[in-house]
Design a protein. Structure first.
Length: 76
């Protein structure tokens, strides 16, 4: 069901814009990880956390993977 739902129904526009601009996430990549983003947005201020992780993520070999992994750890 999540595959048919727009990312805009799950995430706020500022979060989507930040993921796109800082990490070059595509809508498809966000949608593939929508479950993690959705759980994280319900438990934490996702924009604040991701913006705090930006420098470490950009220094990582795989910045997108770093963000996904960090969010996964935070929600577990």
């Amino acid at each position: 069901m999540n595959k048919k739902v727009s990312i805009h129904f799950t995430l706020e526009k500022p979060v989507i814009d930040y993921l796109r601009s800082k990490f070059s996430f595509t809508d498809a990549e966000i949608k593939n990880n929508l479950e993690i983003f959705e759980k994280a947005s319900k438990q934490i201020d996702i924009l604040m956390i991701v913006s705090g992780l930006t420098q470490k993520a950009l220094d990582a070999t795989n910045p997108k993977g770093y963000i996904i992994g960090a969010l996964r750890k935070l929600i577990e």
